[in-house]
Design a protein around this ligand. Structure first.
Ligand code: HEM
Length: 287
């Protein structure tokens, strides 16, 4: 594919499905990483690219992929995301027509689907911006804080309590790395499977403060192999949040549906789309 004599190349849904398939194939092949999948760190890349959005000024968000540049790439919250960006470089080389900002969000959607999560309807239209559009440090949440900070940060993006809880349920995936955030360990026993286990464990387990030299985090009484961040524990300490934790712990289908809706909203914050919401693509997952 490329420019045709009739004019510039205009990618169709089928072309974006090819990008999806190439990411899915690479996920299947590159298993020599962490718990065997780059999926979780790709979800984190899509989230950190999007979660800089500020509804008052309309700045930040996935439109721009300014995390390609310092200073944003060096923000403490983004430590380790180079693994995700580098993983996607061969895909960008194979499909040079896709913008980084579309690619990063598509890779997040692909990873959620490939790891057994809900469909994430997706539409193209993001443009890459230059270094001048980098957002200031401090827009992403700090895991050492509590309920007030969660509401401040996610409120600035335009989310309500229910949406905040649903989004943080992505912590069913992946792990914390002591050399990235300072925290350490996975949230559940299957960090490469998307599920409502994060909520089940929050409700069913007893969480004690971990005794170590690192930052304050919590560990499960039963196995002492899992972890929760202070912000995760805030979800069961705060009444407004806890009701949604309970709902999602009880009903995986409800969590999958509400997570899909709010993840779509997250990766679309501040993007001036040409494609209408009803024309979003539903990508076919691999076998
Ligand atoms: C990992 C904090 C919300 C997805 C992490 C880590 C921290 C963190 C400290 C560990 C990073 C590392 O050491 O590698 C927070 C805080 C949040 C939040 C404070 C909000 C209060 C979210 C949201 C999503 C998300 C909204 C996605 C929708 C992930 C994923 C990982 C992760 C998938 C695992 C990455 C990996 O395995 O490399 N988060 N997070 N987080 N976060 Fe969050």
């Amino acid at each position: 594919n490329g420019a045709s004599p009739k004019g510039p190349f205009v990618p169709t849904q089928a072309d974006y499905q090819k990008v999806y398939d190439a990411i899915a194939l690479r996920l299947q092949n590159e298993t020599d990483y962490d718990d065997g999948s780059y999926g979780p760190v790709l979800v984190r890349l899509a989230w950190h690219a999007s979660g800089t959005y500020d509804k008052e000024t309309g700045t930040g968000g996935s439109n721009g992929s300014t995390m390609r540049f310092a200073p944003e790439s060096d923000h403490g919250a983004n430590a380790g995301l180079k693994h995700a960006r580098d993983f996607l470089e061969p895909i960008k080389t194979q499909f040079p027509w896709i913008t980084y900002s579309d690619l990063w969000t598509l890779a997040g959607a692909c990873s959620i689907q490939e790891l057994g999560g809900p469909s994430i309807p997706w539409r193209p239209g993001r443009e890459d911006k230059d270094v001048a559009a980098c957002t200031p440090d401090g827009r992403l949440p700090d895991a050492a804080q509590g309920h007030r900070h969660i509401r401040d940060v996610f409120g600035r993006m335009g989310f309500d309590d229910r949406e905040m809880v649903a989004l943080i349920g992505a912590h069913a995936l992946g792990r914390a790395h002591s050399d990235r955030s300072g925290f350490d360990g996975p949230w559940d026993f299957s960090p490469t499977v998307f599920s409502n286990d994060f909520f089940k464990l929050l409700v069913d387990e007893k969480w004690n403060q971990k005794k170590w030299n690192g930052p304050t985090q919590f560990t499960d009484k039963t196995t002492q192999t899992l972890m929760m961040l202070p912000t995760d524990i805030a979800l069961i300490k705060d009444k407004g949040f806890k009701q949604h934790v309970d709902r999602y712990a009880k009903d995986s289908d409800v969590f999958f549906k509400e997570f899909s809706d709010v993840f779509v909203k997250l990766i679309e914050l501040g993007v001036p789309f040409q494609v209408k919401p009803e024309d979003r693509f539903i990508f076919k997952a691999s076998e």
